[in-house]
Design a protein around this ligand. Structure first.
Ligand code: 2YJ
Length: 281
């Protein structure tokens, strides 16, 4: 699991409006619509005024990442929800959040990034929500995923969540992971849950030439090059660092959804804040 750096997120809050406009250009849908859909909610029915969110910085492990909590709060504020970052971190911050009337807490350590709704007990996990959020974005970008073949690169937590969401939408799946066992485990879990067969790819380069829709949930850098790009290729890339090589980015950008936090955080909010649908990680 990649640890975010201050540089990755320093402009998230200040550029969230531009981010949303760009997302709409690429997918035809806003951040709130995509996140609501990913969480099984109806954006129109989601009452953003119903709750207050607190983001609590955590100093354990590798410590507080400068700007992390503010970036998370910036995304939540953009979605129209009242939010604050606690002045104190850790246990004191949790108490502060409750004392100031928070209904929902967001907090991340080195291993997990979670949201908890204190009123309903619903929880959301960032890796799971990120997988779902990017699938909803990819679906919008491709005009639906049903019957389409997607190459999933990376069978970690985000990739697993994405695979389940894509199988649920009727997509055909091929999966590549450097750990072949992880691919086979995922293929078997998708088969048990949805009854559909997942192709395990062993040659990533060859697989990239054969697929027009790619979900990059891998921490590997620069495996997708100009040679793989076609005008119709669509890419969902939550992975940090980016799997697209720098030389290909200028061409790939218009057909790629990629961000460090926005889709994952927005989906977490809709998962824990919604009255129906998914949640509980
Ligand atoms: O509160 C803070 O500033 C820090 N404790 C934030 C730590 C953020 N954690 C990470 O970046 C980890 N790699 C976990 C992220 C999980 C994403 N699925």
């Amino acid at each position: 699991m990649t640890r975010l750096k201050s540089d990755d997120i320093s402009s998230v809050a200040s550029r969230i409006t531009e981010y949303d406009a760009e997302l709409q250009r690429k997918t035809g849908q806003s951040l709130s619509h995509i996140a609501a859909r990913a969480a099984g909610q109806d954006a129109g029915q989601f009452d953003t005024k119903r709750f207050k969110v607190a983001v609590v910085p955590l100093s354990c492990g590798e410590g507080i990442i400068g700007g992390f909590s503010e970036a998370v709060a910036g995304i939540i504020a953009h979605l129209g929800v009242e939010v604050f970052v606690t002045a104190t971190p850790d246990a004191a911050g949790l108490a502060e959040a409750v004392e100031r009337g928070a209904d929902i807490i967001f907090q991340a350590d080195d291993f997990r990034f979670v949201a908890v709704n204190l009123r309903t007990g619903k929880t959301a996990d960032n890796s799971v929500a990120t997988g779902r959020g990017y699938v909803a974005a990819l679906e919008a970008m491709c005009g639906g995923l049903e019957g389409k073949q997607v190459l999933l690169v990376g069978a970690g937590q985000v990739g697993r969540s994405a695979a389940m969401a894509m199988a649920a939408r009727g997509a055909g799946l091929s999966v590549f992971d450097v750990k072949q066992n992880a691919s086979y485990d995922l293929a078997s879990d998708v088969y048990l849950r949805f009854g559909c067969r997942v192709t395990v790819e062993t040659d990533l380069d060859a697989a990239l030439y054969r697929h027009r829709i790619v979900f990059d949930a891998s921490p590997a850098e620069g495996f997708l090059g100009i040679r793989h790009l076609t005008p119709e290729m669509r890419i969902a890339a939550p992975g940090i660092p980016l799997g697209i090589e720098p030389a290909a980015w200028a061409q790939a950008e218009v057909r790629t959804v990629h961000d460090p936090l926005q889709l994952g955080v927005a989906t977490m909010l809709y998962e824990v804040g919604g009255s129906t649908g998914q949640g509980g990680g």
